[in-house]
Design a protein around this ligand. Structure first.
Ligand SMILES: [Zn+2]
Ligand SMILES: [Zn+2]
Length: 396
């Protein structure tokens, strides 16, 4: 029997769009997605899908068993959180909460996964179990990791996990994915150089932490230039420097604080950035008779797609839209994504769905900007991708 998931979902178009607009109008940020979680849980329950709530405070997991037994279990993940940003759109479904906005399209992600749950609950012709994972706090607060720490994969064992994000700039309804590293690790580091400081006219009387600080800033670029393989991409950037006081240019400060970011695409390169930054800090401080403290904070790991699951995702996308619209060798992004935590534990694949062209006049705006909006025209395409993925993964 052949199925056309896109056609089957047409009946749900109006309801899904209304859900999307409702969630967009009521954006909720990290771990406060209570109203959104209520909507998700109510819809899943209405469609006969048992619901578990409370992982990561507001997380919701719906579990649907296929009508054929045995088989594997997979997790499909959507994020529910909004951003602290003032919306500047004036359409009817604009945010009613000052300073909060669905500027990353997680309203659309939640809606697409609900659409898939609706369709699969009507026609659960697959072997195995699907866990619909609705997570809080993707933006900076690692809601995925918190759900895992609270037992997500013990309560809901998954043989594989899948994620999806919309992407402005990729044409509407196209898909993009790649095996291997797809998004960067995003880490933050902090260095403090300490010396005695002293009178600006008598530098020989003490030790000057500005000297190692200046040398260190320059030397950071040798890590990507000389240590990381020329075949790999990585970034080290300084974002903040603080020392001395504006009113005292004749005083050598006793400490210099420097903060920055580090991006990498493999666990090995991530280790390398952390190690080399530390070696430069200590070596350069010692060379100038200063001491130093160094802290490297691992925030989000690199997002690495497993080859087998990526191939399955590509097939599901090619079943959903014309095969020519699926880019199976997309460029990696320097952004970070907390679905990477799940992919550290489970094989899986993360795919991008085009949100439409991006231009000053008419095209959709980029994520995290005040005029952004998720494109309603891709709700059914995204939902159909999820349905086809389940048929592909658990259909045999
Ligand atoms: Zn975002
Ligand atoms: Zn996002």
């Amino acid at each position: 029997m052949t199925r056309d998931s896109l056609r089957d979902l047409q009946a749900d178009r109006v309801e899904l769009m209304a859900i999307r607009h409702d969630i967009h109008r009521h954006p909720e940020t990290a771990f406060e997605e209570n109203r959104t979680a209520d909507i998700v849980a109510a819809k899943l329950t209405e469609w006969g899908i048992p619901v578990h709530r409370g992982l990561g405070k507001t997380g919701v997991v719906g579990t649907l068993k296929g009508k054929r037994d045995a088989g594997r279990s997979i997790g499909l993940r959507a994020d529910m959180d909004a951003l602290n940003l003032q919306e500047k759109n004036d359409f009817a479904h604009r945010s009613v909460h000052d300073g909060k906005m669905h500027a990353c399209g997680h309203d659309g992600h939640t809606t697409m996964l609900l659409g898939a749950a609706r369709q699969l609950s009507r026609d659960p012709d697959f072997a195995g179990t699907v866990h619909f994972i609705f997570q809080p706090a993707e933006e900076g607060e690692a809601g995925a990791r918190v759900m895992m720490e609270e037992g997500l994969f013990e309560k809901f064992p998954c043989d594989a996990v899948y994620g999806m994000h919309n992407m402005p700039g990729i044409p509407e309804g196209h898909f993009a994915i790649r095996p291997g590293p797809m998004m960067a690790a995003s880490d933050t580091w902090t260095v403090t150089f300490r010396g005695t400081g002293g009178h600006g006219a008598m530098p020989h009387m003490g030790t000057d932490p500005v000297m190692p600080a200046a040398g260190f800033v320059t030397a950071t670029q040798s890590i990507v230039g000389r240590n990381v393989s020329p075949q790999h991409a990585a970034v080290v950037s300084v974002g903040h420097i603080a020392a001395g006081s504006h009113g005292s240019p004749n005083v050598i400060p006793s400490q210099v604080l420097i903060r920055g970011t580090a991006r990498s695409y493999t666990p090995e390169d991530r280790d390398l950035l952390e190690r080399r930054l530390g070696e430069l800090v200590q070596g350069i401080a010692a060379a100038h008779g200063c001491s130093a403290e160094y802290d490297y904070l691992r925030r989000y790991p690199p997002l690495v797609n497993a080859p087998t699951q990526t191939a399955i995702a590509v097939k599901a996308a090619q079943t959903t839209v014309d095969a020519a619209l699926v880019d199976a060798d997309a460029e990696p992004l320097t952004g970070a994504e907390d679905f990477a935590f799940m992919l550290e534990k489970k094989p899986g694949a993360y795919i991008l769905i085009g949100n439409g062209g991006r231009s000053e006049d008419g095209g959709c705006h980029y994520v995290h900007t005040p005029h952004y909006d998720f494109n309603d025209a891709i709700i059914l395409t995204g939902a159909a991708y999820w349905v086809n993925l389940v048929r592909e993964e658990l259909g045999k």
